[in-house]
Design a protein. Structure first.
Length: 217
């Protein structure tokens, strides 16, 4: 049996479900049955954030660490990496400063370079130029929507984890908490991996709904 419908026929029931708090907004055009919004632990990157802000108060940057996601790995990692995104002209001074502060820093390594000499030991920091993001202003601590997309890229670039582990992390987060799916996909579009991220999300998106993508059953 196939039932055809369009977005207009869904507006009233969706409005009622939102008013009755049976569903919740998960970004433009996306809804979730999960009420609790994901809150990313910031302690693992607070030290480096304060260091950078103190030395370069006028520079815009964002940072995150794999340690912030350790609770969502299937196999608990034994090493953590911090990523800092800032203007490319600022990366070399930042590298020099962080190395003087005791960090093991790599400046925008390629996949080949990573395989040859990147050592992901404690205090490892990888510096990258920024990718356009809708909430880039005043976001020194990266949001989960950005982190999950960046992690997908870095899983390949730095060989952090395999596809199965990445999918486990994504599933553990979006099946338990509410995140902004539209924001995540917008950023994935800017990183040229939107279809890959969307395929992962929709593969296990039981708590998520996007009427515009589900026109017939």
């Amino acid at each position: 049996m196939c039932i055809e419908y369009n977005e207009e026929t869904l507006k009233k029931p969706m409005y009622r479900l939102k008013n009755e708090t049976m569903i919740y907004e998960a970004g433009r055009g996306w809804y979730s049955i999960i009420e609790k919004i994901f809150e990313l632990e910031t302690a693992p990157v607070e030290e480096i954030r304060v260091l950078i802000e103190g030395k370069f108060p006028l520079v815009k940057f964002s940072c995150w660490s794999t340690e912030q996601l350790k609770s969502y790995f299937h196999h608990l990692p034994t090493r953590f990496v911090t990523f800092v995104y800032a203007d490319k002209d600022f990366l070399q001074p930042l590298k020099d400063f962080l190395e003087d502060s005791g960090y093991n820093v790599y400046l925008n390594p390629t996949v080949t370079e990573t395989a040859k000499y990147v050592d992901l030991k404690n205090h490892a920091v990888i510096l990258r130029p920024p990718i356009s993001y809708r909430d880039s202003n005043n976001q020194q601590l990266a949001k989960i929507e950005k982190v999950l997309v960046d992690l997908f890229m870095e899983a390949r670039n730095v060989n952090l984890l395999d596809r199965e582990e990445y999918t486990n992390i994504m599933a553990n987060i979006i099946l338990t908490y509410r995140v902004n799916i539209a924001e995540m996909l917008d950023y994935a579009h800017n990183r040229k991996i939107k279809s890959e991220i969307r395929n992962i999300i929709t593969a296990f998106s039981g708590p998520l709904m996007r009427p515009s993508l589900r026109r017939s059953h």
